[in-house]
Design a protein around this ligand. Structure first.
Ligand code: C5P
Length: 266
């Protein structure tokens, strides 16, 4: 049987937004891998603009200069969830450079400039390709993919987020104080939440998931369960046991499987 390719707007999208250190990057990658979908790490784009500005001597206060830089950004990264490297800036590998705290800080400053955000919209939407896309960032659900049938707002308390980031950096051999990290993180949250354009906040139709104290596999599974509700094709693809909801799998009191579970097997 042949199927007609869907128009881009019909390609399924899972939008995962939330503050830094909430685990959305890890969760988005794991979900994309499990589904075999593409991945958009939108923060990497803002980080690339910040790093490129530094290399080209463009001030982080120069809004028009940064917007020009963003619209012609000579950067590429592949959307496969299996490749964590290969982020190129002007043909050179910038994967490690963009992951520094300094690049994160620069990203947060350039991201507050409306013209920079506008310049990156089409590029982000271009990642929406068959068979589907998992996109993580701050405004995936509110601005870039407002029609996504699943929007998740992933959060965790600031101390836990700072601890996670601290561990990540330690694994990379980067030594920073936990207290300083926690302070920087709170300041960055504030800037992201208070900016006038695309401020960081959960959109009304997002599912809120607080990952404080929850292991990443559980978070991934919850997102996959929601994905199966939002997109029947996900329910069809995944083994039934993965999707038996909590009260079911643990012998709880629910006597009725949810509608998506039944319809997926109808
Ligand atoms: O997610 P990540 O920490 O890589 O993002 C770096 C910065 O880029 C964030 O602090 C935020 O200011 C900005 N950002 C954004 N919108 C996105 C993704 C990232 O404003 N969709």
């Amino acid at each position: 049987m042949t199927t007609t390719p869907r128009v881009q707007a019909e390609v399924p999208v899972i939008a995962i937004d939330g503050p830094g250190g909430s685990g959305k990057g890890t969760v988005a990658r794991a979900v994309a891998r499990r589904l075999g979908w593409h991945l958009l790490d939108s923060g990497a784009l803002y980080r690339l603009v910040g790093v490129a500005a530094g290399l080209m001597g463009i001030s982080l206060d120069d809004g028009p200069g940064l917007a020009r830089l963003a619209s012609g950004l000579d950067a590429s990264f592949d959307s496969s969830a299996d490749s964590e490297r290969g982020i190129l800036l002007a043909g050179r590998d910038a994967t490690d450079q963009i992951r520094s705290e300094a690049a994160g800080e620069a990203a947060s400053r350039v991201a507050a400039i409306p013209a920079v955000r506008a310049a990156l919209v089409a590029r982000q939407r271009g990642f929406r390709k068959e068979p589907g896309l998992v996109a993580d960032g701050r405004d995936m659900g509110s601005t870039i993919f407002p029609d996504a049938a699943l929007k998740v707002f992933l959060t965790a308390d600031v101390e836990e987020r700072a601890r996670r980031r601290h561990n990540q950096l330690k694994q990379k051999g980067i030594d920073v104080s936990l207290a300083a990290l926690s302070k920087d993180m709170a300041a960055r949250d504030r800037r992201d939440a208070e900016r006038t354009v695309a401020p960081l906040r959960a959109c009304p139709d997002a599912r809120i998931l607080d990952s404080t104290g929850i292991v990443v596999d559980e978070v991934v599974l919850q997102v996959l369960r929601w994905a199966a509700e939002a997109y029947p094709e996900v329910a069809y693809r995944m083994p039934v046991t993965e999707f038996v909801p909590e009260p079911f799998s643990r012998g709880g009191s629910s006597m009725c499987p949810p509608r998506w579970w039944l319809s997926a097997r109808a």
